[in-house]
Design a protein around this ligand. Sequence first.
Ligand code: CAA
Length: 285
Amino acid sequence: MAAEITRVGVVGLGTMGAGIAEVFARAGLNVVGVERDDAALAAGQGHLRSSTDRAVGRGKLTEGEQAELIGRVRFTTALDDLAGVDLVVEAVPERLDLKRELFGRLDAVVGPDAVLATNTSSLSVTAISAAVSRPERVVGLHFFNPAPVQALVEVVSTVVTSPGVVAAVTELARRLGKTPVACGDRAGFVTNALLFGYLNRAAVMVETGHAAREDIDAAMTAGCGYPMGPVALLDLIGLDTAHEILVTMYRQGGDRLHSPAPVLGQLVALGMLGRKTGRGFYDYA
Ligand code: CAA
């Protein structure tokens, strides 16, 4: 039987990392949340506060429960504070060099039985795992945005990931109330491999004047029952993240569907990254 995971850490408290920390804390787990400096740590705390404020505002959480939830997250800039955890989930930006360097440092900090998980959306879990002395204890644990809401977690195994590690994180995902899906280490795993060609085509449609952004979104919500249209979803994911995912998938698979629509790179160059900066395809000001 797989050892139960009870002590967890999250490194990187951006949109995804803060959401993942919230998921753990909601399930009653104590979380060590790590960021690189005080400003990023404060931003991560802000994410957790505003996300749980929304739940309080809707009467889903009392202020006392919110305080308890936030109190379960220990915010720190010291990676050494992860020494006692059973699992670390890495959620730093989608750059292989950054992730490999971090995994090398984590390898030296956490105990020999700890599991090292990456929330990467499209990078190779295998390439990340090659940076540590225990690649069999490395797994992909891919959450979806917004992490507190979306039920899916992709559990990604490399050719050397231990079945015990897969069983332990799958059991954890269920304890968090999520739906785990197992897959191999292929570009985009299951969901992004299917989703990103569609999102990219929607960006091309905006760019070429095929249809207006509102009409593209209305077509997919009203016509196909999607909760959100593709243009709005790109803004939710973040155009920088979406662009990085497409670049990686195009490089790995060579499918023209994944060759990023130029407008994505242009909006990123302008700092218009979607909801998180107040402007992307839509204006949120
Ligand atoms: N954080 C926490 N909770 C949030 C939230 C957030 N950012 N956004 C919404 N919620 C919660 C709300 O509080 C609300 O909760 P309750 O039902 O408990 O009251 C619930 O979600 C619904 O929210 P709203 O009523 O405000 O809005 P909605 O019904 O229009 O749903 C949505 C919003 C959940 C974002 C929905 O439109 C949706 O599911 N969209 C699709 C999102 C999607 O496809 N995500 C995957 C992106 S791909 C990805 O993440 C992979 C990758 O690697 C990039």
